[in-house]
Design a protein around this ligand. Structure first.
Ligand code: PRX
Length: 655
C-alpha cells in the first residue's frame, strides 16, 4: 500500500448520494467524454450552463495558438446570466447575497434587488460615458456594492480591473496606468477589524502621482461617511449618480472572447501583469466548477471568504455562485474580529453549508483555538456544514486533519482546489461526492483539464517523480493574454521547449500508486505569503527605490508555520552595516517603505543587513544560498563559484 492510500478518506455516502458528480465512475465517465471528444465535451457544457444570445457554432479556434479562442461566434452577457436569468427562472425573491458587515450587521439582497442595483449603476456608468471595452478600475471594500460594480461593468461590456483594497497608491497608480482605465470606483473608507481605513484618499494620492490622465471620473460609495476630499469636477457619489437611473438596463451582448476583466498578478520578473480573461469561456468554468467542485444546490448557503480583489473572489463570489442562482455570504471583516471565533459564529448563525477558505486562515485559527477555548470551533454549532474547501497555497496535512475533524466534524469532504489567477477556475481538485481524499493532495484534474507533470523538455515524467506542472490542452477559462504585452504572455506561459503546453509555474508530483497530484511549490521567483502571490523582484525593486538608504537588495522566501512562506530580505545599505537597535530601526523604516510602495502584504518579515550579498565572480546573486540562510540551514551547497564566501557567515549571524 502506498503512503497515500493508507490515509484515504472516502467520500461520505450522504454526499455521494445527491451529488452532481456522484461516485468515481461518474468522474471517470466525464473524463472519458472529454478524452473522446474534447470540443464536444466543452460545447455540451457551454450550452447547458450558459445562456447565449447568439448561440456559438465554433468551439475552439487554435489557429493562432497560444492565443486560443473559445465559442468565438457566440454572444452573451455575464450579468444577464448571473441576474436576469435567475429572476426569469422565478428566483427573484431568493436571497442572492447575505452581507455581514464588520460590526456584525446583516443585510440580505434578493436577486431582483441585485439586478435593479446593477442596472442603476450600469446606467450611471453609461451616463458618465463609459463604453464597451473601456477599462474601469474597482478599488472597493468587500461589499454588495463591490459585487454590483463588477456586475454593472459586465452588463455594459466595460472591462473591470479590481485592485485589492490593501494595495498602496503606487500599486494602484501602476494598475490604472497599465490598463488605461477611464474611471475608478471606490469607497470613502473600508472597515476591517473595527478600524476605518482609507480608500478614497489613496485613490486621490494615486491619481496625484501622475500618469493616470485617462481617468475621467471617480465614483465613491459612501461606506462610513468619513471625511474625504472631494473634487466636484472629477468625483461623484455613487448614491447620487444612481438615484435617478432606471432599474432596468438592456445588457450589452458581447462576443464570447470579449475581455470581461483584467486582474493584475505577480510574475517572476518585472511589474505585475494584467491577466486578461474572456467572457464566455470564463463564465462557463466559473459556473461549472462551482457546481461540481462545491456541489452547489438550490438550498445551499455558500461562503467563500476571499476578497473580491483576488481571483478567488471574482470566480467564487461575483460570478460562479450567482450564475447558478445560489445564496452566498459576503463578509466585510476579518476572521479575528471581534475574536477568532468569527468564522465559526458566522457559519452557525447563517447555517452555512459550503465553506471555502485559505490554509493560512485555518492555521492562524488553529493557533487561536489552541490558546483560547472560547474560540475553538467545537464551541459552535457547525452541523449545517456539508463541504469544506481550501485554496491559494498548499494545505499541510496537520492543518487539513484539524479542519476536517474540528470544523467539518469528520463528516465534510475538503476540496483542496489548485488553480491560479491565470486559470480562471479550479484545475486540480477533488469532487466532494466522488474523489477519495488524501490530506495535502489536490488529488485529480477537474474533468476536461489535461494537467500533467513533465521534465524541462516537455516529456512526461513517471508517477512518483517530481517535475513541472503543465496543462496539455487549452481550456475555456484560460488567460487570453497579458494586457498590452502578448509577447510576455507567450514567454511566460508557452515557452517553446514545452511542446505547446501551458506552464503553470508550479512544481508537482503524482503519487506512484494513486496518481494523485501534490503541488510542491513555485518553480520561479514567485512567493506565496498567506495565499497572496508576490514576485521577489517587485519587493526588491521597492527596496532599492529607497535610494537614500539602500544600495542593493535580494528577497527570498522561507517557510513559515502560519503564512506558508515569509518574505526575507537581504539588504546592503549605502552606509555601514547597522547592528543592534540601529538595525531594528532601519528595518522598521524599510518595512514601512515597502508597505507604502506595494502594500502592507509585501512587508518583509525578516530584514538582514550585510556588507555585501553572496555573488558569483560574474556578479550574479546566489539566491539558493540566501534561501538556505533564510531558513537557518547549514550551507551544504557548492560555494566554489562564490566570490566572497565570508559574507555567508556574516548574513547567517545578522538579523
Ligand atoms: O503556487 C500555486 C498556489 O497559488 C498560485 C496561484 O496564485 P494566485 O494566482 O494568486 O491564485 C490563488 C487562488 C487560486 C499557484 O501557482 N496555489 C493555489 N492553490 C493551491 C496552490 N498551491 C497548492 N495547493 C493549492 N490548492
Amino acid at each position: 500500500m502506498s503512503d497515500q492510500e493508507s490515509k484515504l478518506y472516502p467520500p461520505p455516502a450522504q454526499i455521494v448520494a445527491g451529488a452532481h458528480v456522484s461516485g468515481m465512475a461518474a468522474y471517470d465517465k466525464l473524463c472519458a467524454e472529454a478524452e473522446a471528444d474534447y470540443e464536444g465535451f466543452w460545447a455540451r457544457l457551454a450550452r447547458e450552463l450558459v445562456t447565449w444570445k447568439q448561440p456559438f457554432t465554433k468551439v475552439l479556434n487554435a489557429s493562432n495558438a497560444p492565443f486560443y479562442k473559445w465559442f468565438e461566434d457566440g454572444t452573451l452577457n455575464v450579468s444577464y446570466n448571473c441576474l436576469d436569468r435567475n429572476v426569469e427562472r422565478g428566483l427573484g425573491d431568493k436571497v442572492a447575497i447575505i452581507f455581514e458587515a464588520d460590526n456584525g450587521q446583516v443585510t440580505r439582497v434578493t436577486y431582483r434587488e441585485l439586478l435593479e442595483r446593477t442596472c442603476r449603476l450600469a446606467n450611471a456608468l453609461k451616463a458618465q460615458g463609459v463604453k464597451k471595452g473601456d477599462r474601469v478600475v474597482i478599488y472597493m471594500p468587500m461589499s454588495v456594492e463591490g459585487v454590483v460594480a463588477m456586475q454593472a461593468c459586465a452588463r455594459i461590456g466595460a472591462t473591470h480591473s479590481v485592485v485589492f483594497g490593501g494595495f498602496s497608491a503606487q500599486s494602484l497608480r501602476d494598475r490604472i496606468q497599465d490598463a488605461g482605465a477611464v474611471m475608478v470606483l471606490t469607497a470613502d473608507e473600508q472597515v476591517r477589524g473595527g478600524k476605518q481605513l482609507p480608500l478614497k484618499a489613496i485613490v486621490d494620492e494615486a491619481l496625484g502621482l501622475g500618469g493616470c490622465e485617462t481617468i475621467r471620473k471617480v465614483i465613491v460609495y459612501r461606506r462610513t461617511g468619513g471625511n474625504v476630499a472631494f473634487d466636484p469636477a472629477r468625483d461623484a457619489w455613487l448614491h447620487e449618480v444612481t438615484q435617478n437611473q432606471p432599474a432596468t438596463c438592456e445588457p450589452e451582448w458581447v462576443e464570447a472572447e470579449h475581455p470581461l476583466f483584467l486582474l493584475y498578478t505577480s510574475g517572476s520578473t518585472g511589474k505585475p501583469k494584467g491577466v486578461q480573461h474572456s467572457t464566455g469561456g470564463y463564465l462557463l468554468h466559473a459556473a461549472l466548477t462551482t457546481k461540481w467542485t462545491f456541489d452547489l444546490k438550490d438550498n445551499d448557503i455558500f461562503w467563500c471568504t476571499a476578497d473580491i480583489g483576488w481571483v478567488t473572489g471574482h470566480t467564487y463570489i461575483t460570478y460562479g455562485p450567482l450564475a447558478l442562482g445560489g445564496t452566498e455570504i459576503v463578509f466585510e471583516g476579518v476572521p479575528t474580529f471581534p475574536d477568532a471565533g468569527r468564522f465559526w459564529r458566522m457559519i452557525q448563525d447563517h447555517k452555512v453549508t459550503i465553506f471555502y477558505t485559505a490554509p493560512t486562515a485555518i492555521r492562524s485559527l488553529i493557533k487561536a483555538a489552541e490558546s483560547n477555548e472560547a474560540v475553538h470551533p467545537k464551541r459552535y454549532d457547525l452541523s449545517s456544514l456539508r463541504i469544506l474547501g481550501s485554496v491559494g497555497e498548499p494545505i499541510n496535512p496537520a492543518a487539513w486533519e484539524w479542519y476536517h475533524a474540528n470544523v467539518g466534524g469528520g463528516r465534510c469532504p475538503i476540496v483542496d482546489t489548485f488553480w491560479q489567477t491565470e486559470t480562471g477556475g479550479h484545475m486540480i481538485t477533488p469532487l466532494p461526492g466522488a474523489t477519495p481524499l488524501v490530506p495535502g493532495s489536490c488529488t485529480l484534474p477537474f474533468p476536461g483539464i489535461q494537467a500533467a507533470i513533465v521534465d524541462e523538455t516537455g516529456n512526461d515524467v513517471p508517477n512518483g517523480q517530481g517535475g513541472i506542472l503543465v496543462v496539455k490542452k487549452p481550456w475555456p477559462s484560460m488567460i487570453r493574454t497579458i494586457w498590452g504585452d502578448p509577447e510576455r504572455f507567450k514567454k511566460s506561459y508557452y515557452p517553446p521547449e514545452l511542446k505547446g503546453y501551458y506552464l503553470a509555474g508550479d512544481g508537482a508530483i503524482r503519487d506512484a500508486r494513486t496518481g494523485y497530484f501534490t503541488i510542491t511549490g513555485r518553480i520561479d521567483d514567485v512567493l506565496n505569503v498567506s495565499g497572496h502571490r508576490m514576485g521577489t523582484m517587485e519587493i526588491e525593486s521597492a527596496l532599492v527605490s529607497c535610494t537614500e538608504l539602500v544600495a542593493e537588495a535580494a528577497v527570498v522566501g522561507r517557510p513559515d508555520d502560519t503564512t506558508g512562506e515569509a518574505i526575507c530580505a537581504f539588504v546592503v545599505l549605502k552606509r555601514p552595516r547597522p547592528t543592534g537597535e540601529e538595525a531594528k530601526k532601519i528595518a522598521a523604516e524599510l518595512r514601512n517603505w515597502v508597505g507604502k510602495e506595494i502594500g502592507p502584504i509585501a512587508k518583509p518579515k525578516d530584514i538582514r543587513f550585510g556588507d555585501n550579498l553572496p555573488k558569483t565572480r560574474s556578479g550574479k546573486i546566489m539566491r539558493r544560498l540566501l534561501r538556505s540562510i533564510a531558513k537557518g540551514e547549514a550551507i551544504t551547497q557548492d560555494t566554489s563559484t562564490l566570490e566572497n564566501p565570508a559574507i555567508l557567515e556574516q548574513l547567517s549571524q545578522a538579523n
